[in-house]
Design a binder for this molecule. Structure first.
Ligand SMILES: [Zn+2]
Length: 133
């Protein structure tokens, strides 16, 4: 890999590469939005019965219901978070800031971006963060 200098931390990625990433992101966005619609429809249109299944009246059964309901909520939150990540990546492409590590402002490896287009930190920084926690 040739060393690329980035004086102003601007994205220096080839146009074709960005097009590939953009396509991936748009696909992800469409998929996430579809899943979120499905998810919220379940919550409202089908009513309480399907989202809050009635297992029974004992205390244990009620705990079961709550756990299921919370699991459902967290899926929704995950989807929303992923969608936010995808949108912010697309915005970065527009602003010519895509592929720059948010911590050290060096370019993120293209291989990493291809594997995970919403990456906002390079492997080195990600590693450092994981070790800190
Ligand atoms: Zn970094």
């Amino acid at each position: 890999m040739p060393k690329v200098s980035v004086p102003n931390a601007k994205s220096n990625l080839p146009k074709e590469f960005l097009e590939t990433i953009k396509k991936k992101l748009f696909d992800d966005k469409a998929r996430l939005e579809k899943e979120l619609t499905k998810f919220s429809k379940k919550e409202t249109a089908e009513g309480a019965e399907s989202t809050f299944p009635n297992y029974g009246d004992t205390e244990e059964d009620n705990a079961h219901e709550v756990a299921d309901y919370e699991a459902n909520l967290s899926i929704g939150n995950d989807l929303e978070k992923s969608l936010r990540d995808v949108k912010s990546a697309l915005k970065k492409i527009e602003n010519n800031e895509y592929g720059i590590c948010k911590y050290c402002h060096k370019p993120i490896e293209q291989k990493r971006l291809l594997a995970r287009p919403t990456s906002s930190a390079c492997i080195e920084c990600k590693k450092a963060i994981i070790q800190e926690v």
